[in-house]
Design a binder for this molecule. Structure first.
Ligand code: ADP
Ligand code: MG
Length: 730
C-alpha cells in the first residue's frame, strides 16, 4: 500500500489544490458587516436601549433586565435578517482556545406553537457545564457548575461555519461561587485597575482625563503546510509540532523567504481568511512571509485591549477553519520544526486616555513630555519589579522550545529602550539633584523636551533580540508564544503597571505634601525609579552568551523551563499584588498555577506517547525492512564469492543502521519507564518537573537516532513526510 506520504506528494503534483478566491473589492464595504456594531445597534435598538448599551460600554454601567430584553430582541432581529438560527455564548476557557455551546432561537410556547425567541436572560447569562473545563482544583472546593456572562464591551458577531450561521456573544466564564475560569474575566479587571491608577497619575498633567484604556496590536506568526502532508505526520496532527525530521539540505540560510513574494496557494488562503476577518471587524493590516520557509505573519491595526484579545482568539480559529477549505493546515505551535525559526506573537501594548493621548508617545510640549516620561519610566520600573511574573505569563511547553533558543528572545526578561531614551534617562539620573530646585526643573524640562523629538528617529534603531522593546510609541512584548491567548501576559502587564503607578502617585503626593512643587516632585520620583530599575535595561544582543553571563551577574532571573518559570505566580508578593488590584484572588491564582502545570504535563506526556508510537510503528518497521534488504544483498554477494572489501559500504550502512535501531528501541523503553515514574508523583509541580527533567531529555536523544535513520533508509520506504516536503512543497 502506498504511504500517506507518497499519496500526498502525488496529489500535490497531479491533484488540484487551488481554490478560487474572488476579489473582495473595497474592504470598507464589507468591514464589520457580521458585527453588531454600535452603528448597527443604532438601527435595531430603541433610543433607551441604545443609550443603555452605550453607557455600559463606555462607563461599565449595569444594563437592567427590561433593557436587556430589548437589546436581545434587536440583536435577534439583525441576526435573523442574515439567516442566523442559533446563538452561543463565546468564551475563552483556560484551555487556550475559544469555546461555544449553541442554542437555537427556536422554542415552543406552552400550547406547543413554535416560536423564535431570544430573551435578555439568554443574552446576559448562559449555563454551560463547567465540569469538563480545567478548573485547577476549584471544582473540589467550589460548585462544579459555572456560567457565562455577557461582556457588552466586545460586540456580538456572526460566525459562518460552512453554511451554518451563529450569533456569538462574547462572555466571561465564572464558577457559581464567582471564581473566574477563563482568561477574559481577570483581563477586564486588570484593565479597570490600570485605568484607575493611570487616571490618577494623568491628573497631575490633565484634569480632564477620566478613563485610560490599554491598547494592543498583536503580530501573529504562523506556519502553513499542505494538509495531506501534515496528515501523514501523526506528530503534527496530535501535538502541532514535528518530533522527528532531519534538517533539509536547504533551511532558512538563504534568507530568501523573509518578505519574499507570497506563494500563490498561500496568497489565496490569506485573502480568504482576511475576507472573513474583515467581516468580523478584525482590522487586519499587514501580511508577509516570515524568516523560516512556510512561515508567515499577519497584524491588525491596534485596538482597545479587550477587543484586540477577542479578535486574536477569533482569528486563530478562523485561520484554522479557512485553511481546511484550501486543503492547508495552519500551525500555530511555537516550534513546529526543529532547526528553523519558531513562531511568536508580538504584543504591542500602550495606554491611551479618553482625551485621545497615547501615554507612551513623546508629546509636543514640555508638560506632555513629562507625562510621557512618567509613564515610560513607570513601565520600566514595573518590568524591573515584576520580571518574574512577566516570564511566568508566557510560560508554556511550546514556548520553552523557543525562548532562549538563539532565534527568539531569551528567557531573561529585560527591556530595550534605544539609544536616545537611554541618553535621556542617564541625563535625568545625573542632573536631577536631591536639592532639585525650580531652575533645574526649567532647564531640564527644556533639555529633555529638545531631545525627545529625536526619539522618533530612534524608532529605526531596532533590536530584534529583546523580549520587551520600546518601539517609538508603545512597548512590544515579543516573548509571547504564537499559540498563546494574549490575555494572560496582558493581564500581568496591566496589573504590574497599575501597582507601579499607584506607588508612584503615593511617593509624588508625599513630596508635594512636604512642600515640593508638583513637577519637582514628579522629577524626583522619576529619577529614583530610573536608578532603581536600571539593571533591567539592556541594549545589546539578547541572543548572545555574553548576555546570559551579564544577566546572571545583574541578578536577573533566567528560568528556562515552564515548571519553574510558573513559581512566581503563587508567591506572597504575587498574591498580594493581584488581590490588592482585585484581579485574581489567592484561590484563583493557586488554581491557575495548577492548571498551567497540568497543561504542561499533558502536553509533554502526549508528545512522549507520540514519540513512542512513531518509533515503534513507523520508524523501526521501515528501518528493519531496509535492514533486511541489506542483509539479503550482503548474503547474496558473499554466496557469489565477492570479496568482502567490495561490499564494505553495505556492511557499514548495515552496522550503522543496526546501532541506531538498537538505540531507538532502548531509549523509547527507558522513556516509558521515566514516564511511569513521573505519573506516580502526586503534586502537579513535582510531576511537571519530572516530565521536564526526566522524560523530556529522551525526546532529543531518540530524535537524534531517528533522524540518522531517515538519512540511511531507502527514501521509498520512509513513511513520514520529510522536512523538505512539508516546508517546500505546496
Ligand atoms: P512594526 O512593529 O513591525 O514596526 P508597527 O509599528 O506598524 O509595526 O506596528 C506593529 C503593531 O503595533 C500593529 O499592530 C500596530 O497597530 C500596533 N501599534 C501601533 N501603535 C500602537 C499603540 N499605541 N498601542 C498598541 N499597539 C500599537
Ligand atoms: Mg513589531
Amino acid at each position: 500500500m502506498q504511504s500517506l506520504r507518497l499519496k500526498a506528494i502525488d496529489n500535490l503534483t497531479t491533484g488540484n489544490t487551488d481554490v478560487n478566491v474572488e476579489g473582495v473589492g473595497k474592504i470598507t464595504a464589507i468591514f464589520g458587516d457580521n458585527v453588531f456594531t454600535l452603528k448597527t445597534a443604532r438601527d435595531f435598538l430603541s433610543d433607551d436601549a441604545y443609550k443603555s448599551l452605550l453607557a455600559s460600554i463606555k462607563n461599565g454601567q449595569k444594563i437592567d433586565r427590561n433593557v436587556a430584553n430589548q437589546i436581545a430582541a434587536g440583536m435577534r432581529q439583525w441576526a435573523e435578517k442574515k439567516g442566523v438560527t442559533h446563538y452561543t455564548h463565546w468564551f475563552q476557557p483556560l484551555t487556550g482556545s475559544s469555546a461555544e455551546k449553541h442554542d437555537s432561537f427556536f422554542t415552543l410556547k406552552g400550547d406547543g406553537t413554535p416560536l423564535e425567541q431570544f430573551e435578555g436572560d439568554a443574552l446576559v447569562q448562559q449555563e454551560p457545564d463547567a465540569s469538563s473545563f480545567p478548573s485547577g482544583g476549584l471544582r473540589a472546593t467550589f460548585e462544579a457548575r459555572g456560567y457565562t456572562a455577557w461582556d457588552p464591551t466586545s460586540p456580538a458577531f456572526i460566525m459562518h461555519i460552512g453554511q451554518g450561521l451563529t450569533l456569538c456573544i462574547p462572555t466571561i466564564f465564572v464558577s457559581y461561587t464567582g471564581e473566574s475560569l477563563d482568561y477574559k474575566a481577570p483581563l477586564l479587571k486588570s484593565i479597570d485597575a490600570l485605568s484607575k491608577a493611570a487616571v490618577d497619575v494623568c491628573h497631575y498633567f490633565d484634569r480632564n482625563v477620566s478613563k485610560v484604556v490599554a491598547t494592543l496590536g498583536w503580530e501573529q506568526e504562523y506556519f502553513v503546510v499542505d494538509e495531506g502532508l501534515a496528515n501523514g505526520r501523526p506528530d503534527l496532527v496530535m501535538t502541532g509540532r514535528t518530533v522527528f525530521g532531519h534538517t533539509p539540505a536547504k533551511g532558512q540560510q538563504m534568507e530568501d523567504h523573509y518578505f519574499g513574494s507570497i506563494p500563490e496557494r498561500i496568497y489565496a488562503f490569506m485573502r480568504d481568511f482576511e475576507y472573513e476577518a474583515y467581516r468580523l471587524g478584525i482590522p487586519l493590516r499587514t501580511r508577509h512571509n516570515e524568516v523560516a520557509p512556510a512561515q508567515f505573519e499577519c497584524a491588525p491595526i491596534f485596538e482597545e485591549l479587550n477587543l484586540a484579545v477577542d479578535h486574536n482568539t477569533l482569528l486563530m480559529d478562523v485561520m484554522s477553519r479557512v485553511a481546511k477549505r484550501h486543503k492547508l493546515k495552519v500551525l500555530l505551535h511555537e516550534k513546529p520544526f526543529a532547526g528553523i525559526n519558531g513562531s511568536g506573537k508580538h504584543n504591542n501594548w500602550s495606554m491611551a486616555t479618553d482625551t485621545g493621548v497615547n501615554l507612551l508617545a513623546p508629546g509636543k510640549t514640555p508638560k506632555t513630555n513629562l507625562m510621557f516620561l512618567a509613564f515610560f519610566v513607570n513601565t520600566i520600573k514595573a518590568v524591573h519589579d515584576y520580571a518574574d511574573l512577566m516570564r511566568a505569563s508566557i510560560a508554556s511547553a511550546g514556548n520553552d522550545h523557543r525562548l532562549g533558543a538563539n532565534e527568539a528572545p531569551p528567557a531573561i526578561i529585560s527591556a530595550y529602550i534605544g539609544h536616545y531614551l537611554t541618553k535621556v534617562l542617564n541625563e535625568i539620573e545625573s542632573r536631577v539633584s536631591d536639592k532639585f530646585d525650580e531652575q533645574d526643573e526649567v532647564m531640564l524640562k527644556l533639555d529633555i523636551h529638545k531631545s525627545i523629538p529625536e526619539l522618533l528617529l530612534d524608532n529605526t534603531d531596532r533590536n530584534r533580540t529583546s523580549p520587551f522593546a520600546f518601539t517609538g510609541n508603545k512597548f512590544e512584548f515579543r516573548a509571547v508564544g504564537s499559540s498563546a491567548n494574549c490575555a494572560l501576559p496582558m493581564t500581568i502587564l496591566n496589573t504590574i503597571m497599575a501597582e507601579t503607578l499607584s506607588a508612584f502617585k503615593a511617593e509624588v503626593d508625599k513630596l508635594i505634601e512636604k512642600g515640593d512643587k508638583k513637577e519637582v516632585a514628579i522629577m524626583q520620583v522619576i529619577k529614583k525609579y530610573i536608578k532603581a530599575s536600571k539593571k533591567v535595561l539592556f541594549e545589546g544582543d539578547g541572543y548572545s552568551d555574553e548576555w546570559q553571563k551579564e544577566a546572571a551577574k545583574r541578578g536577573l532571573p533566567n528560568l528556562k523551563t515552564t515548571p519553574v518559570a510558573l513559581d512566581p505566580m503563587i508567591t506572597e508578593k504575587a498574591k498580594k499584588l493581584f488581590e490588592k488590584h482585585n484581579v485574581l484572588s489567592h484561590t484563583e491564582l493557586e488554581a491557575r498555577h495548577e492548571i498551567e502545570l497540568e497543561k504542561y504535563v499533558k502536553i509533554v506526556q502526549i508528545e512522549g506517547r507520540v514519540i513512542g508510537d512513531l518509533a515503534g510503528n513507523h520508524i523501526l518497521p521501515a528501518a528493519i525492512r531496509y535492514q533486511n534488504v541489506l542483509i539479503q544483498n550482503i548474503k547474496g554477494l558473499k554466496e557469489l564469492g565477492v570479496k568482502a572489501a567490495s561490499y564494505k559500504a553495505q556492511m557499514d550502512v548495515l552496522n550503522e543502521m543496526s546501532e541506531h535501531i538498537q538505540k531507538v528501541q532502548v531509549l523509547a523503553f527507558e522513556m516509558t519507564e521515566a514516564r511511569k515514574k513521573a505519573n506516580a508523583l502526586s503534586s502537579a509541580r513535582a510531576k511537571a518537573v519530572a516530565y521536564c527533567d526526566k522524560v523530556k531529555p529522551y525526546f532529543d536523544e531518540i530524535r537524534y537516532h531517528v533522524d540518522k535513520l531517515e538519512l540511511l533508509v531507502d527514501d521509498s520506504e520512509w513513511e513520514l513526510p520529510k522536512y523538505r516536503e512539508i516546508l517546500f512543497l505546496r
